[in-house]
Design a protein around this ligand. Structure first.
Ligand SMILES: NC(=O)c1ccc[n+]([C@@H]2O[C@H](COP(=O)([O-])OP(=O)(O)OC[C@H]3O[C@@H](n4cnc5c(N)ncnc54)[C@H](OP(=O)(O)O)[C@@H]3O)[C@@H](O)[C@H]2O)c1
Length: 330
């Protein structure tokens, strides 16, 4: 049995598909035979040289597949389990930890069981989005939300998700709603149904001139906890800042390093990868997927099959992506 990987040999080099060894698990790792991988904006960015520790390397974060081998301390998984998970090459710099291989090593703490009614391509859309949304909500120094539970009751608190139709936004909506928060989201009108399907109670068009007023009105007398800015770029603050000012300031979790903001608004950059999300993966995601409380959203858009399709998938990912996640089946 052998592995194949899409190697990156240097900055801006094309991916090179070649045979590789099947990784060995550490005590707390699992080896996954990937059947679908999703493409994130960071993947083509890494191909262009962003935060690559050494060459050759293997990129890729989002995966879904079948457990091939488990480490000696792993109890939650066994060989043959269907799983989704987050690969850690961005942190470890190791080629074995990149998702763009047939076999990848991932921490068992960053994986969950994929129920039979959710196929691999659907499962692959979630891991990075969940981990990014989760850090803004739960890690020390961020929003301090309660974790989701199976039977959360409305708690009278409100979270705003700016960019509700991004994959990070859809995950943020689902995490907050499953912990009892009321979520107000923004997106283009074409994606309002997606935000509602994820659980948003209200959705506003961020291009509307009245969006800040409309959101403030919708928050009403409920307690405003914070705003997740999944768009993150400086221009997004043209809308986010007026919303925050209407609410007298507060906390913003941001997908990009922030620029200067008014004193009453605290903006903090989120890197969506590390052990902070283990409780979510270990105690909630498997059951929530099985019960339908956590939905595999947004829809996967499959743009190819096989590691050779990744190069094309990167190009698609660098174009306009709306209300879906770009996926390659393996
Ligand atoms: N720091 C991290 O760890 C981390 C992790 C994951 C992602 N990210 C970053 O987070 C962002 C979201 O990633 P994603 O993959 O979840 O996004 P995505 O699914 O590709 O989101 C695309 C959507 O973003 C919305 N959008 C694009 N430009 C916009 C703008 N100028 N203003 C408002 N909305 C805009 C559009 O929504 P509508 O079509 O509804 O208008 C578009 O459909 C990306 O910038 C990505 O690089 C960071």
């Amino acid at each position: 049995m052998s592995n194949f990987s899409a190697f990156l040999d240097g900055e801006n080099k094309p991916l090179r598909v070649a045979e590789s060894h099947i990784p060995t698990p550490g005590p707390n790792d699992i080896i996954v035979r990937n059947h679908a991988v999703a493409i994130n904006t960071v993947d083509p960015a890494q191909q262009a040289g962003f935060k690559v520790a050494r060459y050759p390397t293997v990129l890729g974060h989002d995966l879904a597949g079948i457990v091939h081998e488990v480490g000696s301390s792993v109890t939650r998984f066994k060989d043959g389990d269907r799983v989704l998970g987050h690969a850690w090459q961005f942190l470890t710099g190791q080629a074995e930890d990149g998702a763009f291989s047939l076999y990848t090593r991932i921490p068992a703490g960053n994986a969950a069981i994929l129920p039979d009614n959710i196929d691999f391509k659907q499962g692959s859309v979630l891991p990075v989005a969940i981990d990014t949304a989760a850090r803004g909500f739960y890690d020390t120094g961020f929003m301090g939300l309660d974790l989701p539970t199976a039977d959360a009751k409305p708690n009278g608190k409100v979270v705003i998700v700016y960019g509700g139709s991004t994959s990070v936004g859809v995950a943020a909506i689902q995490l907050a709603v499953n912990a009892g928060y009321r979520v107000i989201a923004t997106s283009s009108p074409r994606n309002h149904d997606l935000c509602r399907e994820a659980g948003a109670a209200a959705v506003f068009d961020y291009k509307s001139l009245s969006v800040a007023n409309d959101i403030a009105k919708s928050v009403g007398n409920d307690q405003f906890v914070g705003l997740w800015n999944t768009i993150g770029i400086p221009e997004s603050f043209d809308v986010v800042t007026p919303i925050m000012q209407k609410l007298s300031g507060g906390f913003v979790a941001n997908t990009k390093p922030p620029g200067p903001t008014p004193e009453n608004i605290t903006v903090k950059f989120v890197l969506g990868l590390d052990e902070y999300s283990y409780p979510l993966w270990e105690h909630w995601i498997t059951d929530a997927l099985a019960s339908g409380k956590l939905k595999a959203l947004p829809e996967p858009k499959v743009v190819g099959k096989g590691l050779e399709s990744l190069e094309h998938a990167f190009k698609v990912r660098n174009g306009d992506v709306s209300g879906c996640k770009i996926v390659v089946e393996l």
